[in-house]
Ligand binder design. Sequence first.
Ligand code: FAD
Length: 418
Amino acid sequence: MPSAAVVGGGPVGCLAALGLAHRGFAVTIYESRPAPISSSNGSAAGPSGSTARARSINLAISTRGISGLRAVAPALPGKMDLADMVLDGAVPMRARMIHTGHEQNSQAYSADGECINSVSRTHLNDLLLQQAESHPSVTVCYGHRLKRADFDKGEKARKGKAPADAEGECELMFGVDGQESPSVVSADLVLGCDGINSAVRDQLARTISFDFARSYIDSLYVELSMPAKLDAAGQPDFALDPHHLHIWPRHDYMLIALPNPDHTFTCTLFAPAGIFEEHLSGREKTLAFFEDKFPDALPLMGRDAVARDIAERRPSPLASVRCRPYHYKGRVLLLGDSSHAMLPFYGQGLNCGFEDVRVLLELIDRHAEEEEMPRPTAPAPTSRTHSRSDSGVSMSSRAPSPRALKPHAVSGAHPSTQ
Ligand code: FAD
């Protein structure tokens, strides 16, 4: 059974791990954060029980991301698939609501009623981690931070240039929480899903000529919240229309609010560093700023909560990443933010990461099918002799495929790979 090491147990890493596990890989996810309390195999973490508490942002998931969730495995009759589970904890947003200060303008996303879906990143990550942990072919190792990697270990061993002590093509070294000595593991395939500061990407840059750029913008962001209000019957209700992504645009800064199933909204303030320094330092200044710029939002968010959260939470930076190539020799691949982190204003970072997973799984399925087809006895057509597909995965029917990307078929009925 080919082995895959997925570095990073964020949403993209978990989805990729599940997709590979369904295709016959033995997958291990290595996540640097500690295990959640609820984890079946982990040590205790923070009181939240979540591994993703540090980033309590809400994400808008569109069809692009949902297609990635559906690509993992065919839905079983009468059972929810991954996409259904995620959408079950999401709130559909049919339009954006622009708050100008004097009025609200609703702008539909689609003439046909299509929507994007608001989901908490914490909820999404926890759900995917739980699914990964309960899959028999996936092991999740928390508290493991990638330090070094040798992506040519197997090749070197075959040439007698390294001890043949590893079983896989790549060797990875992790620092482990609470352990003095590092953990050294091997794997046939390595997926770098370790986000914007990817260590897999750093190791790749030490291995090959590699173009890389990370660009920060002047704006920072901070998470705020808007509680539920009580309706006439004393039941919790949304303070604003829940089927909108609410935006308070103010030239070079803005406030947004995305709904949650518990009738609250998660709000995010994006602003240049200068605004935080000048106008958001201290209770009086903060409240004066919100009263002036977001007068309709402040009472709904609560004056004390806004002043407290702005004082206590350190604003986070915003950056994008570009790199090239994304892969190495069919056995190392960067997915999600590690390869193309983008600014959140597009609402596409996670959607693109899930799309990466869909495309990878489709290519694996396509090549598995090709390998099942009978080989021609006549000389192979020239179109089959090229060795690169759009993913960099070998398509040649003459040269052997990279060992890592020859998975067993889901059914197990894949003679060429058993
Ligand atoms: P991450 O979520 O960063 O996960 C990486 C994982 O790797 C983490 O769990 C981390 O702990 C682990 N890790 C890191 N280093 C190591 C290491 N050395 N060893 C082991 N593990 C490691 N996208 C959308 O599609 N729609 C939106 O509406 C949207 N809104 C956003 C709003 C904001 C404010 C921000 C900041 C982003 C938004 N995004 C949105 C982008 C989205 O959050 C990211 O694209 C997405 O989280 C990327 O997922 P990932 O799994 O690739 O990386």
